[in-house]
Design a protein around this ligand. Structure first.
Ligand code: GDP
Length: 216
């Protein structure tokens, strides 16, 4: 249940711009939260569910935006950034290296970046890509929140085991790393995920953003 008016904040999220290089990104100010995940992990679906929109982030099956940093704005100071996922597209090693360079550039040099949401398929967590992202984030002291998505495809025991395994791995890194179960399809875990985003965005729930939404 999303009783807080803050949900309104995510619902008004709009696509802002794409950038192939960091220098094409919007001005480095305000707050940014990045989303990363292996292709097909469920990243686009997670962004859409969190923003309560059907087609905000395109799914990876649609070619186009996937090689770029995609910026979505909640308000002029707060943005979600969909990071490129490679693996799906049939591209040369050179192009992959290029993407990786842009990704590293973004993660290391973006001052307004407050946290990374790392989306993993709850059935197949902690793949090499995920471990690399965790190691990078750890190195630059960037907080990470893992969404173990597609939890609806597991039974309670299996999803519990998956979360335990991931939490154990996260403890090896930093106190700023956390994880939760999630399902975009069933809309599970939205409130917990929003709470993390709210705190990174420094969204004040006690202020003007807090009228209880009718029908929520
Ligand atoms: P992306 O490549 O990480 O952006 O992944 P997508 O969001 O495009 O999702 C990949 C596939 O997984 C699509 O067929 C989605 O419908 C499906 N999917 C995504 N999230 C969920 C979920 O929570 N539950 C289930 N059952 N399927 C999901």
């Amino acid at each position: 249940m999303e009783a807080r008016g803050v949900n309104k904040h995510y619902r008004q999220t709009r696509f802002l711009t794409s950038a192939a290089k960091l220098k094409q990104a919007p001005p480095d100010e305000g707050w940014e939260i990045a989303f990363a995940g292996r292709s097909n992990a469920g990243k686009s679906s997670a962004i859409n569910a969190l923003c309560d929109q059907k087609a905000l982030a395109r799914t990876s099956r649609t070619p186009g935006r996937t090689q770029l940093l995609n910026f979505f704005e909640l308000d002029p100071q707060r943005r979600l950034v969909d990071l490129p996922g490679y693996g799906y597209a049939k591209v040369s090693e050179d192009v992959k290296r290029d993407w990786q360079g842009t990704l590293a550039d973004y993660l290391q040099n973006r001052d307004c970046l407050r946290g990374l949401v790392l989306v993993m398929d709850a059935r197949h967590p902690l793949k090499p890509y995920d471990l690399q992202m965790l190691a990078w984030a750890n190195q630059i002291e960037l907080p990470v929140h893992v969404l173990l998505t597609k939890a609806d495809k597991l039974n309670r025991q299996e999803s519990g085991r998956s979360l335990e395994r991931v939490e154990e791995a996260l403890r090896e890194y930093s106190r700023d790393f956390s994880g939760q179960l999630f399902s975009a399809t069933k809309r599970w875990g939205l409130e917990e995920a929003h709470a993390h985003l709210d705190s990174w965005f420094e969204l004040d729930l006690s202020g003007e953003d807090n009228p209880v939404q009718a029908g929520q």
